[in-house]
Design a protein around this ligand. Sequence first.
Ligand code: LLP
Length: 412
Amino acid sequence: MFNEHIRYTDGKLYCDSVMVDSIAAEIGTPVYIYSLSRALRNLRRIQTLFPEAHVHFSTKSNANLAVLSALIGAGAGIDAVSAGEIHKALLVGAQASDIVFAGVGKTREELEYAIRQRVGWINVENVRELDHINSIAAVHGRTQRVALRLNPDVTASTHPYIATGHSYAKFGLTAEVVRDILANQSKYPGIQIEGLHIHIGSQLHDTAATQRAVEIAQEIIAPFPTIKTLNIGGGLPVAYSPDEVVPAWDDFAAVLRPLLNGYQVILEPGRSIVADAGLLVCEALYVKKQAGTTILIVDASMAELIRPALYEAHHEIVPLVENQGEQHITQVVGPVCESSDLLGKDLLLPDLQPGERLAVLNAGAYGMVMASNYNQRLRPPEVVVREDGNTWMIARRRETWDDLTRTEMMTG
Ligand code: LLP
């Protein structure tokens, strides 16, 4: 939704001091635009709310190099879930020691790479993974610091696709396995187990489940004083519509900080840092009035932003030029050949004409990173409005037809 960085001024949508339409007019649509000031402001707010914690930005939510570079420059560590994410973070100056490598299915090659790069932490989700790390570390004559990811068996209040802390989720180790590993640490001379990791889900709608998960983690590590670090994952929520009620980040801090006293704490926020810093700007192509509704066909689709199609996620969509006209129930859809290719369902929008531009709000997290070439669409460019608020740059260019075919071979 709107905030101090993304708002109307004199009837025009602005990203900081840059008129959004001026960017779209220059480089075309669809285009992602990010306010670096907003992302940095969100990072600083979380750092202030959790002063004892070290914040590792969850790269999976937005892996744009300019965004990563700005956040790393402001003191963020990195939460990476693939060797590719580690590679991108290192490229823009992340300290390897400030990277947490997580993931339910790390390959042996990825573990090799991470250990060779000397990442600070590996969050372990599988006993066999411990064996891999142990043997790789031995080859390199080192010990690797790890945290065990606990599946605390609590159910987070969020969309089922992004809840991860219940017992039948694929994530983490059961309490029993964690206890067993901790009791047998001497089996792993190449590993120092120094932390416990939990992440019960994203876009959390209550604080109680996280509180419970932290308490369970603490009970488990109580007999093991060498486990001093608690990594409590991500999950801080963002309101995607004016009527979505989510707990304030202060509420999470108020509940969790007293519990975390005496531990070293790691947080892995993604969405909360970048979601409301980003827009996806598109242009209306066609309008149809049928079946009692308005169907607005725009030039962005589920290929550029899959959240509405995948999770029935709601994003506010607003015209770049404020329009006080009468509002109608409108379906904002893309050109992709799927009925699920919907960016906005039953939105109240004024009548818009082909050629008018719109912005999908709160698109900075899990937007471009989940984009695809479905229907052989070209992935859009990413623009950042720099921290000065006045200048912007193309941080990733629009793909071309050459990009579409670059990795393919024709036989015969
Ligand atoms: N740490 C771990 C271990 C995670 O699995 C995640 C997100 C995070 C941190 C960051 O969570 P956040 O602060 O962003 O809530 N594509 C979905 C969200 C998937 C989240 C996956 N894990 C969406 O668009 O809503």
